[in-house]
Write a protein that binds this ligand. Sequence first.
Ligand code: FAD
Ligand code: MLT
Ligand code: ZN
Length: 478
Amino acid sequence: MNTPVFLEKLRSVVGPAYVLTEGDLTGYELDWRKRERGKALAVVKPSSTEQVAQVVLACAQAGVSIVPQGGNTGMVVGSTPDASGTQVVLSLTRMNAIRALDADNLTITVEAGCVLQNLQEACEKAGFLFPLSLASEGSCTIGGNLGTNAGGTQVVRFGNTRELCLGLEVVTAQGEVWSGLTGLRKDNTGYDLRHLFIGSEGTLGVITAATMRLYPSPKAQLTAFAVLPSLQDAVTLLGLAHQHLSAGLTGFEVMGQFALGLVKKHFPDQRVPFDGTSPYCVVLENSDSESMEHARTQLERLLEVAMENGCVSDAVVAESLAQARALWHIRESIPLAQAQEGLNIKHDISIAVSRIPEFVGLADAALAKAFPGVRLVNYGHLGDGNLHYNVQAPLGADAEAFLRDQEAPINAVVYALVDVFNGSISAEHGIGSLKRDTLTKHKSPVALGLMRSIKSALDPQNLFNPGRMLSSSAALDS
Ligand code: FAD
Ligand code: MLT
Ligand code: ZN
């Protein structure tokens, strides 16, 4: 390949200002967790679907692989280039328009680079709720959310990003545009292609726009923060919450005391309620279509029953929107507090909710025995059976050296138990390159073979995000 000619071609497509090859490219080349730093041949920033298609064609002709990128907040090293200096980072952030809102159809059509928070705010202004909610919402994009099938804190009621998506527009590896922005709720005309691209982590095509579901804004949202004697009590409380709040239960997050301690340590301005002696706390949210009064009566009744039952030892209900935000902010600050504490090992696992306490009991004991001093940062989306069962190096240890030496054996212990419990090694963050080899060990050969067939059918040149999710060579996966 003649690199100067290739770069000139890209400049002619998107404009010279939008082909970045020098200067500080850290934001595009380093992943959010600072696990790996890559090197891009160029960062290309198209402003239209047509430009994306032309960039893909130019790359295909030159044999240059493409790493689609949104906000680069992914957790598994999937949106940054490898270290070869030969890949193009295709940043979608300039494609951030809201194309249409159909109030009667309860849908919004939006370009892939739209930042999630901007989408949420636009919907709210129009009187609707777009329920996807993640702590990274100020910088992650709807394209990245779809690429990872992101979960977040409202899945217990609204499902993952996949459930919120009714249509996609995608640029294929052949540089064609698949326009599937129908917004239909029923369409059984063959394979549902949208579901192939959602959660494919940029390995099958470039999502350029999506039609997403909207919901009516709730009349009231009430948040409570509860203290619990054990994780089993959190599961009991979840059952009670489903019973008492039904579809009003829009959030149910669990936080271990050590995780909350990290928030207190690194963000001392935040007021974490209660004294920190109970092992677990829960943030839960009741959304109501009637009134604030109704929401409060329901939530207070739930907490009363839970206290009588003994599964909640104390609780506080937010009195204002500001207080509710502050309670959620505590939960959302855990990943940031963990990052401040140093490099760490993340486990984004899912297990049947009913079996989570047993899993955690066994995993805690096994890790404490095999890796004395490790600090367990356990929190997550209990309502979805999804825990971030994370591991921080022992106090005072060199975190980088700890990860180098202990990450693989720690993962082996945790994931072996996940298998025993028929769980998943990645509930919402995806695979990227960080969990690619782990996937090979924990997914059946039949499933891996089907995934590989899909990849080679849609992207025979292995143009999109090679080496992510699946290794570039079939031999490595067997
Ligand atoms: P990127 O990181 O840029 O990309 C992620 C993947 O999607 C990559 O494989 C990339 O190639 C692909 N991709 C990006 N754009 C496109 C596109 N247009 N077409 C095709 N593929 C594309 N995740 C959760 O699921 N739940 C959480 O609660 C959550 N909380 C988080 C909190 C914090 C503080 C942080 C930093 C991250 C959190 N995440 C969470 C992870 C992350 O924010 C999500 O994975 C998010 O969906 C990534 O969006 P992004 O735009 O940053 O994508
Ligand atoms: C979260 O739930 O906070 C996110 O998935 C991010 C993380 O686990 O670090
Ligand atoms: Zn999460």
